[in-house]
Design a protein around this ligand. Structure first.
Ligand code: NAD
Length: 367
C-alpha cells in the first residue's frame, strides 16, 4: 500500500536508498531474499534510541521495488514517533514483504522471514500489519522470539486491532471535546472509511454511543455485512470527501488527506486509524489548520495496537494495555493545547514532543 502520492517515475529517478526522500536518517535497512520460498522482504530500522525497533510486517503486491522501499521507510519512521509519543521504550521499525498475501504467502515463506528477523538479534521485533495475521506471527515465533502479536493460545496478546480501535475512539472523543465542547458523540455524523479490522470495532463503539455513522468500503460484501450488523448507513454519494458530516475517520488507506480532498472536506474533525493520512505532513497539516479542521494525529491515536503488543515484551496484560490506550484521550487533548499555544499544527506538535523524548534519552545515554 503506497502511503504517499509519489509517481513511480519520480521514485525511480531518485537514488534507491539514501536518495529516497523517505530515507530520513534510517539506521539500517535489510533486504531479505530467499529463492526457494520466493521471499522478497525489506526490513527498515529507523531509530533504536528508545529501544528495539518494533513494527509490523506488511505484505502487499507493490507495483515495483521502489514503491515497497518507499513504503517501508515511511512506515518505520512513523513507528519511531508513534512509540515515542506513547511513552513506550521502543524504537521504530517496519517490514514489507513484496507479494500478494492471498495467493503468494506460505508457511515456509513466513518461517524463512522469521529466520531473517532472528539474524538481527532483537534489534527489530515484528508484529502483524496489512496482509499478515496472528497465525503468521505464530509461525515466525517457531524460529525467533523477536515477534509480538502472537496468539493468546501461544502466550501472546492476540489481534491488536480491537485495541487500536479503542485508542482511535478515545482520540476521536478528545477531538470532539476540543472542537465541539463535549466528548459525547451521540447524534454526531461520522463517516468511517474502511470497515476492516479496526474500522468495524470503531463502528461498534460509535453506534453504541448513538452516533449517526456512515460507512464506505471498496469491499461491497463486507460493507453490507457491517452496515447490517451495526445499523450503520452506507455512504452512496459521488464524493466521499464532501459528505456532510462532523467527523471523518480514515480507516483504510494513507494519504487520503491532500490538497484535492481538503478543499472538499466539510468535516470539522479528522480522527482515524490509517497510517500516514497526510499526503504531505507539512503542507497538508497547515492547510487543515487554516481551514479550521481539527486533525488528531494518526500516529498518536492509532497507537493502541503497539501499546497492546508492547505488553508481550514488558509483561502486562489486556487490562493494563486498555488503561494505557485510554490515556490517548488525555495525550490528544494535551497535543491540541500545545499546538494552539505554540501556533503550530497538531501534527507538528505531536512530532516535536516525540522528538524531544528521543533527544532527551540520547543526552542521558551520552552522560
Ligand atoms: P484491514 O485491511 O482489515 O481493513 C482495511 C479496509 O479498508 C478493508 O475492508 C478494505 O476493503 C478497505 N479499503 C481499502 N481501500 C479502500 C478505499 N479506497 N475506500 C474505502 N475502503 C477501502 O486493515 P485494518 O487492520 O483495519 O487497518 C486499517 C488502517 O489502520 C490501515 O491503514 C492500517 O495501517 C492502520 N492501522 C492498523 C492497526 C491495527 O492494529 N490493525 C494499527 C495502526 C494502524
Amino acid at each position: 500500500m503506497i502511503t504517499e502520492v509519489i509517481k513511480a517515475d519520480e521514485l525511480t529517478k531518485a537514488d534507491p536508498v539514501f536518495g529516497q526522500a523517505s530515507f530520513n536518517e534510517h539506521e539500517q535497512i535489510v533486504f531479505c531474499h530467499d529463492k526457494d520460498t520466493g521471499l522478497k522482504a525489506i526490513i527498515g530500522i529507523h531509530n533504536t534510541v528508545l529501544g528495539p525497533a518494533l513494527g509490523g510486517t506488511r505484505m502487499w503486491k507493490y507495483a515495483n521495488e521502489w514503491e515497497a522501499l518507499n513504503d517501508v521507510l515511511r512506515l518505520s519512521r512513523g513507528m519511531t514517533y508513534k512509540s515515542a509519543i506513547s511513552g513506550l521504550n521502543l524504537g521504530g521499525g517496519k517490514a514489507v514483504i513484496i507479494g500478494d498475501a492471498r495467493t503468494e504467502k506460505t508457511p515456509e515463506m513466513m518461517r524463512k522471514f522469521g529466520e531473517f528477523i532472528h539474524s538481527l538479534s532483537g534489534k527489530y521485533i515484528t508484529a502483524e500489519d496489512v496482509g499478515t495475521t496472528t497465525p503468521d506471527m505464530d509461525i515466525i515465533r517457531d524460529v525467533t522470539p523477536h515477534v509480538t502479536g502472537i496468539s493468546e493460545a501461544k502466550g501472546g496478546s492476540g489481534n491488536p486491532s480491537p485495541v487500536t480501535a479503542y485508542g482511535v475512539y478515545m482520540g476521536m472523543k478528545a477531538a470532539a471535546k476540543y472542537k465541539f465542547g463535549s466528548d459525547r458523540l451521540e447524534g454526531k455524523k461520522i463517516l468511517v472509511q474502511g470497515t476492516g479490522h479496526v474500522g468495524e470495532t470503531l463502528i461498534d463503539y460509535l453506534t453504541k454511543e448513538g452516533a449517526m455513522v456512515q460507512i464506505s468500503d471498496i469491499n461491497e460484501v463486507r460493507m453490507q455485512e457491517v452496515a447490517a450488523r451495526y445499523g450503520a448507513q452506507i455512504f452512496r454519494g459521488d464524493d466521499l470527501y464532501s459528505a456532510d458530516v462532523d467527523i471523518y475517520a480514515p480507516c483504510a488507506l494513507g494519504a487520503t488527506i491532500n490538497g484535492d480532498t481538503i478543499e472538499r472536506l466539510k468535516a470539522k474533525v479528522i480522527a482515524g486509524a490509517a497510517n500516514n493520512q497526510l499526503a504531505n505532513e507539512a503542507v497538508h497539516g497547515k492547510m487543515l489548520q487554516e481551514k479550521g479542521i481539527l486533525y488528531a494525529p494518526d500516529f498518536l491515536i492509532n497507537a493502541g495496537g503497539i501499546i497492546n503488543v508492547y505488553g508481550e515484551i514488558v509483561k502486562y496484560g489486556k487490562d493494563e494495555a486498555l488503561k494505557r490506550t485510554e490515556n490517548i484521550y488525555n495525550t490528544t487533548l494535551e497535543i491540541f493545547s500545545f499546538a494552539d499555544a505554540n501556533g503550530v499544527t497538531t501534527h507538528q506538535a505531536a512530532m516535536s514532543i516525540a522528538e524531544k523524548r528521543i533527544a532527551d534519552r540520547k543526552k542521558e545515554m551520552a552522560k
